[in-house]
Ligand binder design. Structure first.
Ligand code: PLP
Length: 242
């Protein structure tokens, strides 16, 4: 009986190794394909494209999978949780130079200090309390900040209402001396994204900010068309998150 058990678990281990190898090669393949697609859309939307940078959204994925595309040359990554990011990226950043890590998930004020230690860009600034906390902990670190806009006015989503953005951004820059580099949004799931990307792009231009972070696996083509400067792509590179 013991022998039989060893035998079947041996097969299982072999099968898992095989599956892992397969998913690893798939990630590299996906990554290369996304880069080609981005190039193609840049050409297709030549008049409006801002040649956006790709943020590889690595939330929930392990360090060995992330390292695969670092080895392919990717340097910009996104995570949505401070704790998970710290656990993975302290070592990954030590091992790989010039990483630019973006926080794209909600920021609690009790996590601000930790977030400022691991992230290079924080995309989810959305209230005064967070800005004050950031100022208290920033020291001389070179961190960029984006203001998150609740572009579809959804009750369950974080971010400022469109009508609040201008005053908030001016307050951040003038009163708080915070470096606001751009705006970020997540459009409503069940709607055509183009309309919302256009709104964010116009708002960003009006406020003379440098960056618009928008577009995910399913709609990054439209984000390129409407002038994104950063795209946030996860599952189209790493596969589905379990
Ligand atoms: C997870 C996440 C993404 C990536 O989504 P995909 O559909 O997997 O590309 C982008 N932006 C934010 C804010 C996310 O939380």
């Amino acid at each position: 009986k013991g022998l039989q058990k060893n035998h079947s678990s041996g097969i299982l281990i072999f099968f898992n190794l095989y599956l892992n190898r397969w998913s690893m090669s798939k990630i590299i393949e996906n990554y290369k394909r996304i880069l080609i697609q981005i190039e193609r859309y840049n050409k297709e939307f030549l008049a409006t494209s801002k040649n956006p940078k790709l943020i590889a959204v690595s939330k929930t994925f392990s360090e060995d999978k992330i390292q695969l595309i670092i080895d392919q040359g990717q340097r910009i990554f996104g995570e949505n949780k401070v704790q998970e990011a710290t656990k993975k990226w302290v070592v990954l950043k030590k091992r790989n130079k010039k990483i630019e890590l973006h926080l794209i998930g909600p920021l609690q004020s009790n996590k601000v200090k930790e977030a400022l230690e691991i992230f290079d860009v924080i995309q989810t600034v959305d209230r005064e309390k967070i800005v004050k906390k950031i100022k208290d902990n920033l020291d001389n670190k070179e961190i960029k900040f984006f203001v998150q806009v609740n572009i579809g006015g959804e009750a369950q989503k974080n971010g400022l209402k469109i009508t609040e953005v201008e005053a908030f951004v001016k307050w951040c820059i003038n009163d708080m001396n915070l470096r606001v580099a751009g705006l970020m949004c997540i459009p409503p799931l069940d709607r055509e994204s183009s309309y919302y990307f256009n709104l964010l792009s116009n708002l960003k231009e009006k406020l003379k900010l440098e960056h618009a972070s928008m577009g995910m696996s399913n709609d990054f083509a439209k984000a390129i068309q409407f002038g994104a400067t950063y795209l946030r792509v996860g599952s189209a590179i790493f596969g589905n998150r379990s």
